[in-house]
Design a protein around this ligand. Structure first.
Ligand SMILES: [Zn+2]
Length: 449
């Protein structure tokens, strides 16, 4: 059901486009003259339609859409060629007007201009990739996600691995010792639902204590198999999400809070619901009725979803909750919780190793088997998990940087504005204003704006 209601301004914008098209000015393959600027709502509507058009060539591109159903139907019916989409995106970028004085006084309006321009540039890059352009890993992440992941030498990861090695019993390859140790922390499949339900309830309660969410928000959890990811939030619009959890591989106890926060509260579900409520419905900004997966928006989405875990569970509150509530719920030995969480904090230092693996694999320097072996050594991934990860790289490519670099950029941004752990209410406020804004990844480095 389409919950989006066009504003009067959007209707006016439609008229502007229609008249421009009649005279052939917008459709001509030359850049529009400076006088051919369009209102922002017209730019936004055309942006949505271009995203839907790209979705006809790339099944993963449109992650979510809850705008007018006829726009999607038109995209399917017309199936515009990529060259035409690219040409229109270029013209649309040229049609974005300079900010007016009134717009400059509203931070969100300033961000909106930059956001639409950059999202359109990323769309053009994705189109070029679909046309066969080959970018290096870093070129691609810059083009699509407005960020480049720092490179670390193997020695950077080795330092963390050495520390982990001192904590794990036995001898032999670290990945095998880690895997053997973790067996005690697998959630039994018949307890998965109750453990997740309890984790979701906790994450939701902690979020609602600080964030006013739409009354009708809700989400459904489904357990699925044979996917290249471990969890996915499919936002449906109307403040509803469908969250899928992949049960191909064993699910460890720490994944319950991870997934409940990341996919649900205060992660993707809250992010999408706030964008719909505050930007689409309250401001009539239709560009947020669509979510282009391979775009800068994803770094903000994944970064906030990951950082949201420590916002919801400051200090040692996560360890306490897991030990006192989730371990008993899963029938696991709670006396091991502190040690396991210590180990997890150390493994967090390996987070960027996946970026290195993907960078070398996608740049063609290492093949799939070599990448899986590298992941086993430097990311301590078991062979099936490492293989699953290479399949993730095949599909989502440099998207991997959004999780770890995204989290670090979001954390720096929120904390540079005073949202530090010792000021939990302030941290929530800064976090929520970032969630409900069109800020770009490069803008996270500019805390003054
Ligand atoms: Zn995510």
């Amino acid at each position: 059901m389409n919950r989006w209601l066009p504003t009067c301004l959007a209707a006016l914008a439609l008229t502007a486009i229609a008249s421009a098209q009649q005279t052939g000015t917008v459709d001509r393959p030359t850049a529009p003259r400076s006088s051919q600027k369009l209102p922002m709502n017209a730019i936004a509507e055309q942006y949505v339609k271009l995203v839907l058009a790209v979705g006809q060539h790339d099944a993963d591109y449109v992650d979510s859409f809850f705008g007018p159903a006829e726009w999607k139907a038109d995209a399917q019916r017309i199936k515009r060629p990529l060259t035409e989409i690219d040409g229109d995106a270029a013209k649309l970028i040229g049609a974005i007007s300079d900010r007016t004085d009134a717009e400059r006084r509203d931070t969100l309006l300033v961000l909106r201009h930059d956001y639409l321009r950059r999202q359109l540039e990323a769309l053009r890059s994705r189109v070029r990739m679909l046309q066969g352009a080959r970018l290096t890993f870093d070129e691609e992440s810059q083009a699509l996600y407005d960020a480049v992941s720092p490179a670390h030498p193997n020695s950077y990861y080795q330092a963390a691995l050495d520390e982990i090695g001192r904590l794990l019993p036995g001898s032999g390859p670290l990945v095998e010792r880690y895997d053997a140790y973790r067996q005690k922390f697998v959630i039994p499949p018949d307890r998965l639902t109750r453990v997740f339900d309890r984790a979701i309830a906790e994450c939701r309660a902690r979020t609602l204590a600080h964030v006013r969410l739409p009354d009708s928000e809700s989400f459904t959890v489904e357990y699925v198999k044979d996917k290249p990811w471990s969890g996915y939030n499919w936002y449906q619009g109307g403040y509803r999400s469908l969250i899928q959890v992949n049960t191909d591989l064993p699910i460890y106890i720490d994944r319950a809070v991870d997934l409940a926060c990341h996919e649900g509260y205060p992660g993707h579900h809250v992010y999408n619901a706030l964008l719909e409520q505050r930007l689409v419905r309250e401001r009539g900004w239709v560009e947020f009725s669509v979510y282009a997966l391979f775009s800068p928006q994803s770094l903000i989405a994944e970064g906030t979803a990951n950082y949201g875990i420590e916002v919801a569970f400051p200090g040692d509150e996560r360890t306490k909750f897991e030990r006192d509530i989730l371990y008993p719920e899963a029938g696991l030995d709670a006396s091991q919780a502190d040690m396991y969480n210590r180990l997890q904090l150390l493994t967090d230092r390996l987070a960027y190793s996946g970026n290195e693996a993907a960078r070398r694999y996608l740049n063609g320097e290492v093949d799939r088997a070599g990448t899986a072996a590298w992941l086993a050594r430097y990311a301590m991934m078991s062979p099936p998990r490492a293989e699953q990860r290479t399949r993730f790289y095949d599909t989502y490519r440099s998207y991997v940087i959004n999780y770890n670099l995204g989290k670090d950029l979001v954390k720096q941004f929120v904390e540079s504005r005073g949202g530090v752990a010792s000021q939990p209410a302030r941290r929530w406020d800064e976090f929520v204003s970032l969630l409900a804004s069109p800020r770009l990844p490069s803008g996270l480095r500019e805390p003054g704006r």
